[in-house]
Design a protein around this ligand. Sequence first.
Ligand code: GMT
Length: 384
Amino acid sequence: MRIGIVCYPTFGGSGVLATELGKALADKGHQVHFITYQQPVRLNVFNTNIFYHEVRVPTYPLFDYPPYEVALASTMVDVITNYDLDLLHVHYAIPHASAAYMAKQIVLEQSGRNVPVITTLHGTDITLVGRDKTYEPVVTFSLNQSDAITAVSDNLKAETYKNFPITKDIEVIYNFVDVQRFDKKPFDAFKKVIAPNGEKILAHASNFRKVKRIDDVINIFAAVRQQLPAKLLMVGDGPERHSAEELSRSLGLIDDIRFVGKQEQMEEIMAVSDVFLLPSEYESFGLSALEAMAASVVVISTNAGGLPEINIQGVTGFLADVGDVAAMSKHAITLLQNDALLATMKEAAYKQACLFDIQNIVPVYEKLYSRYCRMGNCFETNDA
Ligand code: GMT
């Protein structure tokens, strides 16, 4: 099949998921065309089945806001036409679903071809940004015009129906992780640098936005640090980083907390970690938590959004209400002071991650594609 994938190319979960999906599809013999304004961060392999098409957004003195959506739709038309795409799969509704709708109509008008559009909802495109009155009518319209809609968790599906008058069926296809990639032995030299005296290692990874409640991460670590020797790795970057660094300094913890910035080799970091902290106000899914679990790291998170669908209370980790720093700290301390419990839960976390392995989920997308792709032009899966 010839598949167009549209996503944000940055370190966000939707872009990571879309890129890993495209890479896996290419490995399975499909031709995959990424259409983005920048090379996606995880698109770091050479594969003859992968194509990258950059969306150029020419500026003009008149434009205070260069019209990205127009440039994106035009690039979609160009790629669909020149590479004879079977379908477009867009990740994150804004503005990808409406740009895809526009491209679909243009191709229909130009050549009579009806190219299916699949929209995958990821999180704030529904729960935060999409609900804003500024965007809502366009999001609703373009979702209802998509040939298929998927959501990354039951919770996100429910949130979508709650907040938008969607008339179509939404299929839940969970996010996935390449367990083989994350199931690594700790790199001893790296572990020694981070925790020279064998301290326990906690980690957090995100885009450091308000919704991630970064201060809660620091405060949980502060409580842990009062009880036992430990180190915290803060991976990623974003608007809340500066205040988190200030908080760490004011708590006298800066020597125990490393802000390591954006990292591509998450598996190396997870391999040395014991506990992953994700005290978010909301997560539609929590892909970073799943990646941690694939590396046998126990997750301490909130019970917001889709997190309870992945992190199982008392089995793979612990969950608490949003803002309940005391409960999350207590769980972390109990766990880190009990090596037997830590080992049991690490194993359970790994087993849970295996349910979401890339090998189980990518075929679900292939089946969906084969249901919608252009007649006569695409493969049929055996079990479709
Ligand atoms: O909504 C965002 O924060 C951005 C989005 C992204 O593009 O990174 O993250 C969402 O999608 C991820 C991948 O499906 C999910 O794992 C995250 O939970 C989700 N974030 C939120 O819901 C806050």
